[in-house]
Ligand binder design. Sequence first.
Ligand code: PLP
Length: 448
Amino acid sequence: MTTADANTATTATNAELFARAQAAIPGGVNSPVRAFRSVGGTPRFLVSARGPYVTDAEGREYVDLVAGWGPAILGHANPEVIAAVQDAASRGLSFGASTPVETELAELIEQRVAPVEKLRLVSTGTEATMSAIRLARGFTGRDLLVKFAGHYHGHSDGLLAEAGSGLATFALPGSAGVPADVAALTLVVPYNDLDALRAVFAEHGDRIAAVITEAAAANMGVVPPLPGFNRDLVDLAHAHGALVISDEVLTGFRVSKAGWWGIEAGTDAAYTPDLVTFGKVVGGGMPVAALGGRAEIMERLAPLGPVYQAGTLSGNPVAVAAGVTTLRLADDAVYAKLDEVSGLLQREVSAALSAEGVAHGVQVAGNLFSFLFGEAVADGAHDYAGVLAQESWRYAPFFHAMLDAGVSLPPSVFEAWFVTAAHDEDAVSRIVDALPAAARAAASARPP
Ligand code: PLP
């Protein structure tokens, strides 16, 4: 523990802090997965983070494989990013007016992701997808939206929708509080299933405004698109006059310098989405997200066009300083390092599980990865039903064995693992050393 970390350690334990938080905040958390419901136990209350490590309120350090749920590609508290934030903060926190740095961030993104000709900044991924959908509806004059089962695009009403009982039927609310009439504007289709998508377009094609898809799914664990799936879905949507919103909130600038689009660009599977959403890395850990795309569509946004969209904190100068600095620092060497650490951990975790006889599948999309437990999924999964077929109960003991050994994994089996370019040999070897005991815990787990 460094002096700085020691200064932020509290005299309260994680359990005491959680009890206090639960009295003041629903479930003690400001976003549900943080409550550890799917793995049990007490969430760690974090007080600082540096490089590949996070430190909890008890002063305990963990190697971090959550990375703030994605943004920290450079590692936590990168000195140049922190300096840029401090410099911006010293000049004022929020102006509610245009700033030069906003244009710089838009230009950086447009230079790297060709389908993005114009871009608007917002504060969260949820806002980005919500605004992209309104824009697609405003542009096409149509109301229906297609999404894929198991894809997450934030918590706006129309996206919290679950598949109805048959293909090509309207969705049901995916949360209490979502009106059935709103959910009914969404059609939910199995991922990677072009035939199902064709069926939906055959029945409702002239009413569909857009298909929204994670460029590579990573919110049900990692499930990459089958080769050519993104391309074929764009072709199909366009044949019916619908738009495609490629959600790169999670993958954008994490899996490559040009996101998932950049991985498939220049291959047989290349595709051109109409709109793209970003978040996480574009804010470098601060609240910045964005929607961008074809100029002709983007120019339908107010004040140029009739589609309203706005935000007091949109393009906040302190947040944008973190995003611009992060993107500038994210060079080829950073992505090579992310790929290297990711590949190494995939192999080490897989070897540890195999050594204990735990059947498993390894799911990979760029440097994002996750594991599926059980014989039934040893060959991997291509959709949500496939992911649900795993022995998910093996994950909680695995997770806790890692946590006890000082490694912080995502507290749910249905999440991607995130590496950073700051994961050096020491951090990686701490993870590798923890694996045998965790694999043994997974091996001896019993179904509930
Ligand atoms: N889209 C995707 C693909 C995401 O992974 C997320 C968040 O995890 C969102 C949208 C929502 O972003 P936010 O949590 O910033 O609202």
